[in-house]
Design a protein around this ligand. Structure first.
Ligand code: PLP
Length: 393
């Protein structure tokens, strides 16, 4: 058994890991997809950096942060992605990055088409629809078949590319926040490339949940945050632009603080959360030390399978996310098929079983309950979830 698979089921190891986090007593949190916790050592480092920057003020920031610290941090983020430092610019979150990429993509002509699907994040849908008004393009919106398979997802993109020859740009979500479905990004990006369609990848939920390489995926434009599965303080994200494609994204609203050849011109210039950025080296050190995305992803998949395996075949329950290992990660959604109101079921999960979950709607296949274990979730928590789902169905 590979090390990560063995470690994923080692409750004693994960208990030691969980001991590094301060947790408030309360419901069992199965809504870890919103953002991740910082470890206690990261919180302490963050607090030290708040005090450091508060004391040093602009003297520290002008003399040290702007003169080198920020570039080192940019290089470390690029290192996390296995890409050159000049391919990465820091942002406040994934949304800012995605909006910058979509707003500044400069290869669209009036009459071109752009593509979104039902599983995209609403901010991304909004930004792509914004292009219709401001670039004169037509937005093509597709809905994926449910239940999805690797082949059905790829086929629906292939058919769409063939049907709409004026498509030039598409959004693609690596892990949809609605059902946790992992898109076959590499195959879809390769098909898009055959049709000359550029892909902007929303990687918000992917980073830190499993390993990937943007170059292997064939992705030239992507945006991420660092506060979901990397464990950084809130307010940190970044964009990736393949260096040879930099000219296809304009400087943001004629941003002039950096030369046109510098990726940092592609995002709005502003005063960032400097203490949070200064904390990032420790965050990345801890992420790597515990085995990175491979270790985190194995654990999350293990926890996910503990509950999915027990309830998938039960009458009254539909697990929306497939079991094809290429298409799932820790986040998985289900619904009670005999109930109209999934929100009422979320409330019962909380009041009767002390389990905190969330309803996600917006997917063409209907509303669902999203269940996201985290790195401090235990196998016992999953057992309680199985009991709750079995009884409530
Ligand atoms: C799929 C997806 N895209 C984008 C975002 C936005 O990320 P951020 O909160 O970093 O702006 C989220 C946030 O949950 C998300 O789930």
């Amino acid at each position: 058994m590979p090390d990560n698979t063995r470690r994923a089921r080692d409750e004693a190891f994960w208990q030691t890991f969980a001991d590094r986090y301060d947790l408030q007593l309360g419901p069992i949190n199965l809504e870890n997809g919103y953002f991740g916790r910082m470890s206690r050592t990261v919180v302490e480092e963050y607090q030290r950096n708040i005090e450091l920057i508060n004391r040093g003020n602009s003297v520290h920031v002008r003399q040290r942060f702007e003169q080198g610290e920020s570039l080192k941090i940019q290089a470390q983020v690029a290192g996390l992605m296995g890409v050159p430092a000049q391919a990465v610019a820091l942002t406040r979150n994934a949304s800012d990055g995605l909006q910058s990429l979509i707003r500044n993509y400069n290869r669209l002509q009036p009459g071109d088409q752009v593509l979104i699907c039902d599983l995209e994040y609403d901010t991304v849908k909004g930004a792509m629809r914004w292009l219709a008004k401001h670039r004169g393009v037509e937005v093509i919106e597709i809905e994926h078949l449910h239940p999805a398979s690797f082949d059905s997802l790829l086929a629906s993109y292939r058919e769409t590319f063939a049907r709409y020859p004026r498509l030039k740009l598409m959004a693609l979500t690596h892990v949809t926040h609605r059902t946790g479905l992992v898109m076959p990004v590499q195959a879809i990006a390769a098909a898009a490339r055959e049709h000359g369609i550029d892909v902007i990848l929303d990687g918000a939920h992917a980073l830190g949940q499993f390993e990937f390489n943007l170059i292997d995926l064939g992705i030239d434009f992507a945006a991420y945050n660092l506060h979901k599965w990397i464990g950084a303080p809130l307010t940190l994200g970044f964009i990736y632009i393949a260096p040879e494609r930099l000219a296809d994204i304009d400087p943001d609203m004629s941003e002039m603080h950096f030369p046109v050849t510098d990726i940092r011109a592609r995002t709005p210039y502003s005063t960032p959360n400097i203490p949070a950025l200064l904390t990032l080296p420790l965050v990345l050190e801890e992420h790597h030390a515990m085995g990175g995305a491979a270790a985190k992803g194995s654990r999350l998949n293990y926890l996910r399978n503990l509950w999915v395996r027990e309830v998938r075949e039960l009458p009254g329950i539909e697990v929306l996310t497939p079991d094809d290992p290429r298409l799932y990660c820790g986040i998985t959604s289900m619904r009670f098929t005999a109930q109209d109101d999934q929100q009422a079921m979320v409330e019962r999960l909380l009041s009767e079983y002390n389990l905190f979950t969330v309803v996600r709607s917006g997917a063409a296949c209907g509303p669902c309950i999203r269940i996201t274990p985290g790195l401090t979730t235990t196998a016992e928590h999953m057992k309680r979830l199985v009991t709750a789902l079995t009884e409530l169905r």
